[in-house]
Design a protein around this ligand. Structure first.
Ligand SMILES: Cc1cc2nc3c(=O)[nH]c(=O)nc-3n(C[C@H](O)[C@H](O)[C@H](O)COP(=O)(O)OP(=O)(O)OC[C@H]3O[C@@H](n4cnc5c(N)ncnc54)[C@H](O)[C@@H]3O)c2cc1C
Length: 221
């Protein structure tokens, strides 16, 4: 059996044990909400920071999303309870009337497919056990701070398929070869998080000003 079921993999939990044994929380939460009425021919993706928080608009072709990032330790919530997740975002940003934050929070309220999760990595000593193997975020989530997660999921699946084709009678060898080939890419990506959080979500007004000097931005009012 292959588990390709993402950061909160049920296959990993059943085969390897509880998520907290493998999850490394990077101190941030992310939320995305659809912005159906948001058109901008210039295709800008503006963002607004206040300490420990970022709110922004991300545009992909004809789609626009409200983006929220905020610093927090791990929060205990039901992954299936979307309303509870919306409340967490509303609590984190609710006092802010600056920029477009209130409109973006309205979008959170209205979005039936709202996305919310911790920014975390998965670190496992091995990705296979018996006849079960994990691929993609289930095995080695690198997080949005590093990027490359989609590439890792695809290359991992490709390498695993190749090794299974070569070693169809010896699953253990196929899985070991898959891990040996894939792990260097994973370690590179997971180690490349760097100062992404400090750049995207500075912790003070001083740090925000320093970041803005380093990466000059055009504010969208
Ligand atoms: C905000 C954000 C921005 C990102 N930006 C980038 C980027 O710019 N570049 C990049 O490369 N990566 C990026 N990533 C990371 C990338 O999205 C992931 O690394 C990638 O999607 C992992 O693919 P996956 O198939 O392993 O897992 P997922 O994409 O999580 O897919 C897992 C699938 O399994 C399904 N599933 C879960 N449980 C079950 C079940 N019990 N039964 C059936 N199906 C189930 C889920 O519904 C889901 O469809 C970003 C991630 C986030 C959150």
């Amino acid at each position: 059996m292959l588990g390709a079921d993402g950061l909160h993999s049920a296959v990993r939990r059943v085969t390897f044990g509880p998520e907290q044994d493998y999850l490394h929380h990077l101190g941030l939460y992310v939320a995305l909400a659809d912005l159906p009425g948001e058109n901008d021919s210039v295709r800008r993706s503006p963002m607004y920071n206040f300490p420990d928080h970022l709110a922004g608009i991300a545009r992909y072709n004809d789609k626009a999303l409200g983006v929220f990032l905020f610093r927090s330790g791990l929060i205990d919530y039901d992954h299936h309870d979307v309303d509870a997740q919306k409340m967490i975002v509303a609590d984190a940003f609710g006092d802010t009337t600056s920029w477009k934050v209130p409109q973006l929070l309205d979008a959170v309220h209205d979005d039936g497919e709202f996305y919310f999760d911790s920014v975390s990595q998965i670190h496992m000593p091995t990705w296979h056990e018996g006849r079960v193997a994990l691929v993609g975020d289930a095995a080695h989530c690198a997080s949005l701070l590093s990027g490359r997660g989609t590439s890792l999921a695809l290359t991992g699946a490709y390498i695993l398929a190749e090794e299974l084709a070569h070693e169809s009678d010896d699953l253990a060898t196929a899985f070991e070869r898959y891990e040996a080939r894939q792990r260097p890419y994973v370690e590179f990506a997971q180690n490349s998080v760097g100062d992404g959080a400090a750049i995207m979500v500075p912790t003070s007004w001083e740090a925000i000003a320093e970041r803005n000097e380093r990466f000059p931005l055009t504010l969208d009012h």
